[in-house]
Structures are given as C-alpha cells and as structure tokens.
Design a protein. Structure first.
Lengths: 255, 65
C-alpha cells in the first residue's frame, strides 16, 4: 500500500526529499568501505593487481543489466496501467543505464588490454553488452524524437520490451558460445568461485554502486517530474497570453 | 605454463579514477538540472502561474501580458 501511495507524484517528491540524505550517506559509507577492502584484498595468483578491476567492472555490468530490467518493468507500467510515473521512470533510468553500460565497456577494455593483449574482441559477451548500450541510446533518442509525451511514452515502452530479449543473451552468452570473456564466477550453480577475501569487497562495492544508482534514478525522476510541470505551466502561460479570459486545458498533462 | 601478470597498477588506477570522474559528473549534471528546473518553476510561480490553483485574475481579465 505504501508503494501505491508513492505513485502519487507529490508524495513521491516528498519521499525523495526525505530519503535523499540517508541514501547519499549509505552510498558514501559503502563505497568507502568497498574501496578500503578492494585495495586491502590479496592480488590474484595469475592476474596480480589487475584483479582489482573486478570490483568496479562487475558491479557496473550488473547495474547496466539491472537498470534495463527496471526499464522493462516500467514499460509494462506504461503500456498496461498507463501510469505517468512509469514513463517518468523510463526517461529517468535510461541515461543512467547508458552511462553505467559505457563504463562497463570501457573498464572491460582497460582490463582486456593487459590480459588479452587487445582492448576489444567481437565475442558474444562483449557484443551483446555493446548492443545493450545502443538500446539505451535508442531509448533516449526515441524519447526525445516525439513531442507528444503519451505517444513517445508508448513507443519507448515497446522498444524497451523488445530489447528485453538481450538480457538473457548477455547472461548466458558465455555458456552458449565459446568466448574469450570468462564464464560467471559468482551467480552460478555450485556457488561463487571467488575467495571470500575477494568476494567481500566485490559485494560491498556492488552495494555502494547500487545505492548510487538508486540515488541518481530518484534524483532524475524528480527532475523529470519538475520538467513536465515547468513545460505544462509554460504552455498554460502561452495560452493565457494568447487568449486571456479562457481557462486552459492543460491540467491533465501536469504531473 | 600460466604466466603471472606483474604490475598493472596503472590500469587499476585508470579504471577507478575514470569511474569516479564519470559518476561524479553524472551526479553534478543531475544536481544542476534539478536547480535549473526549480528556478524555472519559481519564476513561473512568481508570475502567478501555478498548478492546481485558480488561474490568476489578472490573466483572466487580460490586464497582464
């Protein structure tokens, strides 16, 4: 019931203002702890110090996929329940997801250079993550291409749901095809293959980055709601100035 | 025989610094965007254009541009 009440934009804005400092503090604490354990953890027997890249690269990869799943759930909210906050959610999450996916690709390339000898190979895992990045760019471009919010919301939601097929491909690409990228070492049958000394900083950094993601997502949702209010009020102002004395019909568009 | 990679700190530092700078930039951009939207909303409210409130009488009577 609390969740349903938060779908009211005014209550949502108050919720964001209330939890913002706590989320920021928790994210800062987790990242500081994660950084400490990342640099205190032992080097890998084979990769040496380079293994420390895992504590940034893997959380970024998880969040880039998690963010797309969030967008797909929001897309259902747009198409099935037609809730305006669902479209706000997609528009808020897409740029954050694009940045996290870009960081996944770049940090992976930096890691690949000394370990594989090349920064990029067209293997299934890398290519499917690159497609995810292009999907994010497509969502952002489409959301700006159509002026009418309802029409663009539906188009973006359909594209988001079509792109959902890419998530299992990313996850299982290392099992389905022969790839240079290593197979899953954490979420796999038989439990994690990482030593606890490496697992601890990885989970801590993942929690810290997840909190940063939630923080950014909520902040961007707040911005999107304000942007829609400003746009609607400007339209109202323009109509009032054009024909004083008539009540504008824009209240339905205001969140 | 499997070789061990020695060193590599420059790659590790590059990854941590790059991620920190990019995420900080994203946070800064979001905060600046919030301030800009708040400022625009305040300007409109100062003109009497508000949400869910009655439309200002000055606008209705056409006295103000």
């Amino acid at each position: 019931m609390v969740f349903l009440r938060l779908t009211n934009p005014n209550l949502f804005l108050r919720f964001v203002d209330l939890f913002f400092p706590w989320l920021a503090a928790a994210a800062g604490l987790c990242l500081c702890g994660g950084l400490y354990f990342s640099f205190m953890s032992p080097p890998d027997y084979q990769q040496g110090e380079l293994v420390r890249i895992i504590y940034v690269h893997v959380p970024m990869a998880w969040l880039s996929m998690g963010c797309y799943f969030l967008i797909a759930v929001s897309a259902l909210g747009t198409l099935v329940w037609r809730h305006p906050l669902a479209d706000v959610s997609i528009r808020a999450a897409a740029p954050v997801g694009a940045v996290f996916t870009a960081l996944t690709l770049v940090t992976g390339s930096i890691w690949a250079l000394p370990t594989w000898g090349v920064p990029w190979v067209w293997d299934a895992r890398l290519t499917s993550v690159l497609i995810l990045f292009f999907l994010y760019l497509g969502l952002i471009a489409l959301s700006h291409a159509i002026e009418d919010l309802r029409r663009s919301g539906r188009a973006v939601a359909i594209l988001a749901l079509v792109g959902l097929i890419n998530l299992p491909i990313i996850k299982f690409s290392v099992n389905w095809w022969s790839t240079l990228h290593q197979p899953a070492s954490l979420i796999r049958s038989g439990g994690p293959s990482l030593h606890p000394d490496m697992l601890r900083p990885l989970l801590m950094m993942a929690l810290g980055f997840s909190l940063v993601f939630v923080l950014l997502y909520l902040m961007r949702m707040r911005n999107e709601i304000l942007y829609r209010r400003v746009t609607s009020l400007r339209q109202m102002q323009a109509r009032l100035q054009a024909s004083p004395g008539t009540l504008p019909d824009v209240f339905g568009e205001v969140l | 025989m499997i070789g061990v990679i020695v060193g590599g700190w420059e790659y590790v530092i590059a990854v941590y610094v790059l991620s920190g700078v990019v995420i900080s930039g994203l946070i800064l951009w979001t905060v600046l965007d919030y301030r800009s939207q708040r400022h625009a909303l305040s300007e409109l409210e100062a003109l009497g254009i508000t949400r869910r409130s009655s439309v200002p009488s000055a606008f209705l009577s056409g006295e103000e541009d």
